[in-house]
Design a protein around this ligand. Structure first.
Ligand SMILES: Cc1cc2nc3c(=O)[nH]c(=O)nc-3n(C[C@H](O)[C@H](O)[C@H](O)COP(=O)(O)OP(=O)(O)OC[C@H]3O[C@@H](n4cnc5c(N)ncnc54)[C@H](O)[C@@H]3O)c2cc1C
Length: 403
């Protein structure tokens, strides 16, 4: 048997992938993904759903039994705990992701900070929750972040506002670091990422002196990020702190390209998917080469990149459960990767978004769009679920169906 065969994880094993789901849940997931395979329907939902709910049309029930139940843990931390308990039985951990977006006022930013602090305090007590995560836009005005990212000088009031943002980020990172509980910061649009990187680097320099507790995110669909990662590493080594890095391909490609075209600047996005794949895999290689100083979260639904990481870990004799490396997928997607990797002993953590239905709608719309636009993703989910349903039927044809 070649090394590759020995390392190979069977991502097609649907029995392992869906063991945590009942027949009726799987059937519901099947119909939900089928629905998402119609771009016109997703587009219509995207345009009408938020205004309709704002007008008081009672569509929340429908959203709840379809996309919300598929992609979210629940409306509250308590609801989400049921999902966490369930997947933990199969070796898969969770990151509670308070997915409320579009905050604009100081009151909302402070409320989001308190909510995050509460989630961190709760998460720290549970082994099944190895990280907390947040988006800087939950704590800061978009325009302010954009100004900060463009390096334009801020007015006195804006400087005051920015120092309040820093205070919020500091409180969150400090709360985690105090108890050695890692905190990840999501990456967002390129025109606000400069400000996010600045905050994140400051927190890493402050709290990662002895180990990686604060994580930044790099989006490899940007053609400048491999260089950024290498430069950040060089600076961190020089200044004597560790890095925590979540590597993703990036979620805002269409928006990035449209804005660049509209405003007439060169797109920050790679020329094609192959280039994003190449840089993603090179970022993983770079981190594994420097694993003594960088902790890694590989946030991807891509099978080849996940297999590559498995191969590199074997090649370097890194144990599957080495605490420095996590595979990560979003709840409701790519269970074939998450559960098969966990079954083989690797560290796996699912992003588990939660929040009131109305407020997590932007997140849900992004997931729906992603499952429509990512070539083959919906087809893949559908195919795997269908195969598992058939397998179960064949296995127990005479028994009464599981609930
Ligand atoms: C745990 C986790 C955390 C995440 N956190 C973040 C985050 O903080 N910030 C963020 O932006 N995203 C985040 N994402 C989303 C992620 O960036 C991707 O959108 C999503 O995971 C799909 O990419 P993939 O690697 O899973 O798989 P694939 O299906 O192999 O790749 C699809 C991705 O490739 C890129 N791509 C597709 N077509 C092209 C093209 N023509 N040219 C160039 N590139 C192309 C796009 O980024 C697209 O999303 C996260 C995802 C996960 C699983």
């Amino acid at each position: 048997m070649s090394t590759l065969d020995k390392n190979h994880i069977d991502f097609e094993d649907t029995q392992v992938a869906f063991a945590y789901r009942s027949n009726s849940e799987l059937r519901k997931a099947f119909y939900m993904f089928k629905m998402l395979s119609f771009p016109t329907l997703v587009n219509l939902g995207k345009r009408l759903l938020i205004p309709a709910i704002e007008l008081g049309i009672p569509l929340q029930g429908l959203v709840k039994i379809t996309v919300f139940n598929q992609f979210c843990g629940g409306e509250t931390v308590e609801d989400s705990n049921q999902v966490i308990d369930r997947i933990k039985g199969y070796g898969v951990k969770a990151i509670l992701d308070y997915s409320v977006e579009g905050n604009e006022s100081e009151v909302e930013f402070d409320r989001a900070t308190d909510k995050l602090l509460k989630t961190i305090r709760m998460a720290e007590t549970q082994l099944a929750i190895p990280f907390s995560v947040f988006k800087v836009t939950a704590l800061c005005r978009h325009e302010l972040l954009e100004k900060k990212s463009r390096n334009v000088s801020l007015s006195y009031e804006e400087e005051q506002e920015w120092s309040r943002v820093k205070q919020r980020v500091l409180r969150i990172c400090e709360a985690g670091a105090k108890n050695e509980f890692p905190i990840m910061i999501d990456a967002e649009e390129s025109w606000i990422q400069g400000g996010i990187d600045e905050l994140c680097e400051e927190m890493m320099a402050r709290f990662n002196k002895e180990k990686s507790l604060i994580y930044n995110t790099v989006q490899m669909y940007r053609h400048d990020r491999l260089e950024y990662l290498k430069d950040l590493y060089a600076r961190a080594r020089k200044e004597g702190y560790y890095l925590g890095i979540k590597v993703v391909r990036g979620a805002y490609m269409e928006k990035e390209r449209e804005r660049a075209e509209e405003m007439g600047y060169p797109s920050p996005i790679q020329v094609d998917k192959k280039a994003s794949d190449r840089d993603y895999d090179n970022a993983i290689r770079f981190i594994i080469d420097n694993i003594h100083y960088i902790n890694l979260v590989a946030g991807t639904h891509n099978e080849a990149s996940s297999q590559l990481l498995v191969d590199l870990m074997k090649e370097r004799d890194i144990a599957p459960n080495d605490h420095r490396i996590y595979f990560s997928q979003l709840y409701g997607m790519s269970d074939n990767l998450s559960f098969n990797l966990a079954h083989a002993g690797y560290n796996v953590v699912k992003y588990l978004p939660f929040g009131p239905i109305k407020e997590v709608l932007p997140y849900l719309i992004r997931r729906a769009e992603e499952n429509t636009s990512v070539k083959g993703q919906t087809g893949r989910e559908l195919g795997l679920i269908e195969r598992e349903l058939k397998r179960r039927k064949k296995e127990k044809p005479l028994l009464k169906e599981m609930p």
